[in-house]
Design a protein around this ligand. Structure first.
Ligand SMILES: Nc1ncnc2c1ncn2[C@@H]1O[C@H](COP(=O)(O)OP(=O)(O)OP(=O)(O)O)[C@@H](O)[C@H]1O
Ligand SMILES: [Mg+2]
Length: 733
């Protein structure tokens, strides 16, 4: 650390954290010139400290060039962990932020931050607005760069990097990954040096468990200690008794939940008395993190026993609570879906890969890629927490043990192949390039795409026809126009690029709204947004078929698009769209979370996910209606947006526009007869204070927003009275 060309106060910060020497791969990165501005692909094992290389590089930029850093990650969970890690830079006077929020909106204050952490998708949407500060970025870090090969999200990352390099050719690029076998190709694309290594700070033993022992990669066999008949419980308890913890990866949410349940008695038996007490506290806190639902009850029950499940159906707060309690050695075992597979630092001395098969929509059961298995394995043995790590796959037969040994333990990750070269990914990125004037002619579009990883790997000729097809679609739908050789985005095309929706979604919305019917119910708009490719869709289970089909038949005249008639893929999609729209309809009719969970067999996290995407598409519909002059749809869509945002019926739309009034308080006010701004203006503070969930702070906020105020006497009277009242929402903040 002493010899590094970074400011003294930064060195001190690292020393205080106990970081004295660089790890060998970090040293290699420095030798490769990463601190001198050279582009670099750092393809070194999990836990080998790639983040710190990015940090050192960032420090160099900040202290010498007054630069700005953009750090890209694939997942929100990883984004918040990185934000916490970079937070230490604020002690040095640098400003760090996590960019979240709507896609159609660039927070103008971002320009003031030194380090911006964002997901790849968020960065893509920001770039489409081309804020001035992009040209001030001097370092772009792309973490988990192997995601370039991911079918659904790789093309976005690829387009972001390509666009960034054109806008800002002088900036330094640093790409990080533990699991790429063709890192030389990525380095070639980025014109960067390559550092590879097999060094890991903590030894990771990989093996396969069968019957009662683990066979490791060197052929050594070791019996797992313990008398438990349940093999997973035995694997968990052995490591817990030794002071470690276990992270289990399952193939589905259902199996994460049921495996956690199965482990409850065994893990409870290994708890110390004082842990039991703290876990009981945590268990009741979990119930208070949001509405009480059957999922939060199950989680709370598991946590009381020292075990938890973790998947995308949980809310952000629930997941965070589980991760934090695992980090503080309170929860001993987590059963997770791949939500925890990438990049995170957790004290898991042992990782158990319980399922290596997973259901993929449209394909069926598949074996997970080696890359993903290696990422999961890499969560074990992190230097901050453990001196050794073990990653174990579970075999159900001897044959399977041999198969897993060969297929995963002894295998190398797959190569990363670009997935950009098809029309459905290309159209969106071509439109963005034209709308932001990075490409102004057909040749310009080809030149732009010639700079992608796809072209680097396959050559431009391999996807020329897909490019032509996409351009034709954009021209035909009036998003791009051509005059001679010049291509420009029409106002529609520009807005679609900014809204960050797939051009195909825009066509669906445009055609649907173009039916121009007034007085349509919300369900018409909801099914329309659910019909777009940008909307995630809820899978229809067999037992739900009657409900969904029934709805479809009884309201088919309300749809704003042509319905698939025959059984088959399109029809199955239609059923999923209807189910998703019905879920959103329940949400805006004030159904409780638990009722939605029960009716649609989803988790709270899913509800939020559908609502978020639905809101974004309702907003997009509103913007398109405005642009296209479809006036009759404006009011219904803006009301629908407010209802989606708050989960309320139409009658509460005005009330929830008040700050500090959410769906619970709005309903309480409405039920007490305060149904409009006027009635709220007329009400005395004492009358409002009698409404459940309405405390003094809320009353003051309401009064002030409506142009009134609360007098000193009224304020102190309310405060006094509040002291004697049992429960008010104000107490929850
Ligand atoms: N030189 C060092 N000395 C001591 N600890 C270090 C050093 N460098 C990094 N660490 C610690 O190592 C841990 C792992 O680092 P990091 O998260 O950057 O790994 P990574 O290489 O990104 O792994 P992954 O591929 O799994 O994301 C962190 O807790 C970090 O604080
Ligand atoms: Mg990392």
């Amino acid at each position: 650390m002493d010899e590094l060309p970074i400011p003294e106060n930064a060195k001190k910060l690292y020393l205080e954290m106990g970081i004295v020497d660089l790890y060998p791969p970090q040293e290699d990165a420095v030798k490769a010139g990463v601190l001198e501005g050279k582009n670099l692909v750092l393809a070194v094992p999990t836990a080998s400290g790639k983040t710190m290389v990015a940090e050192l590089c960032a420090l160099k930029h900040l202290s010498e060039r007054r630069g700005k850093i953009l750090y890209l990650v694939p997942l929100k969970a990883l984004a918040s962990e990185k934000r916490e890690e970079f937070e230490k830079f604020s002690k040095l006077g640098y400003r760090v932020t996590l960019s979240t929020g709507d896609f159609d909106n660039v927070d103008p204050s971002l320009g003031r931050y030194d380090i911006i952490i964002a997901t790849n998708e968020k960065a893509d949407s920001i770039f489409r607005h081309r804020p001035e500060w992009i040209s001030r970025i001097t370092l772009l870090v792309t973490d988990e760069v192997h995601l370039l090969g991911d079918g659904s999200r790789g093309p976005t990352l690829e387009a972001v990097i390509t666009r960034f390099r054109i806008i800002n050719p002088k900036a330094q690029l640093l790409a990080l990954s533990a699991t790429i076998s063709n890192s030389d190709e990525i380095a070639g694309w980025l014109a960067g040096s390559l550092v590879t290594s097999s060094w890991r700070p903590v030894d990771l033993s990989e093996g396969v468990f069968f019957r009662d022992s683990v066979m490791f990669r060197n052929g050594r066999n070791r019996k797992v200690e313990g008398a438990e008949a349940d093999p997973v419980a035995r694997l968990a308890l052995e490591v817990i008794r030794g002071g470690g913890q276990m992270l289990v990866f399952t193939g589905s949410r259902l199996s994460a939940v049921s495996l956690a349940k199965r482990l409850e008695p065994a893990i409870r038996g290994a708890l110390k008395r004082r842990e039991e007490t703290r876990l009981l506290e945590l268990s009741s806190q979990i119930l208070k993190l949001g509405e009480k639902t059957r999922v939060s009850e199950k989680l709370s029950m598991a946590v009381a026993n020292g075990v938890a499940f973790h998947h995308a159906g949980l809310t952000y707060l629930q997941r965070k609570a589980v991760e934090d309690a695992f980090r503080s050695f309170l929860i001993k075992c987590i059963c997770a879906t791949p939500t925890l597979a990438y990049g995170v630092n957790l004290p898991a001395r042992r990782v158990l890969i319980y399922d290596y098969r997973r259901y993929e929509a449209g394909i069926g059961q598949t074996n997970i890629p080696v890359m993903e298995e290696k990422q999961m394995a890499g969560r074990a043995g992190r230097p901050k927490y453990d001196r050794e790590g073990e990653a174990i796959l579970l075999a159900r037969s001897e044959d399977e043990r041999d198969f897993l040994m060969e297929q995963y333990v002894l295998a190398s990750p797959e190569k990363v192949w670009s997935k950009l070269g098809n029309a459905s990914s290309l159209r969106s990125h071509i439109l963005a390039a034209i709308a932001t004037e990075l490409a102004c002619s057909q040749e310009g579009v080809f030149d732009f795409l010639d700079k992608t990883f796809c072209s680097f790997q396959y050559g431009l000729n391999s996807f020329r026809s897909a490019i032509a097809e996409s351009l034709e679609m954009l021209l035909g739908e009036g998003m791009v126009k051509s005059e001679g050789r010049v291509l420009t985005a029409t106002p529609l095309g520009k807005r679609v690029a900014e809204l960050y929706i797939d051009p195909k979604s825009a066509v669906i919305l445009k055609n649907g709204l173009g039916v121009r019917r007034s007085g349509l119910p919300p369900l018409s708009y909801l099914t329309l947004v659910c019909h777009t490719p940008d909307m995630p869709k809820a899978y229809v289970k067999r037992k739900e078929l009657d409900l969904v089909k029934g709805y479809l038949e009884s309201s088919s005249d309300l749809f704003l698009y042509d319905l698939a008639q025959e059984e088959g893929f399109e029809y199955d999609m239609l059923l999923s769209e209807v189910k998703t729209a019905l879920l959103l309809k329940d949400w805006i009719e004030e159904s409780s979370e638990d009722a939605i969970i029960e009716r649609f067999d989803v988790g709270s996290g899913d509800i939020y996910g559908y609502v978020e995407s639905g809101k974004w598409l309702v907003h997009s519909s509103h913007e398109l209606a405005k642009l296209l002059g479809f006036g009759e749809a404006l009011r219904p869509l803006s009301d629908l947006y407010v209802r989606m945002e708050n989960g309320v019926r139409e009658e509460l739309v005005p009330l929830v526009s008040l700050k500090t009034v959410g769906r619970v308080r709005a309903r309480a006010l409405f039920s007490a007869g305060f149904t409009s701004f006027d009635s709220l203006r007329r009400a005395t503070p004492a009358q409002l204070a009698a409404v459940p969930t309405i405390g003094p702070e809320t009353i003051r906020a309401i009064k002030e927003q409506l142009g009134g105020k609360v007098t000193k006497e009224e304020w102190s009277m309310m405060k006094e009275r509040k002291g004697t009242r049992q429960l008010s929402m104000d107490d929850y903040g």
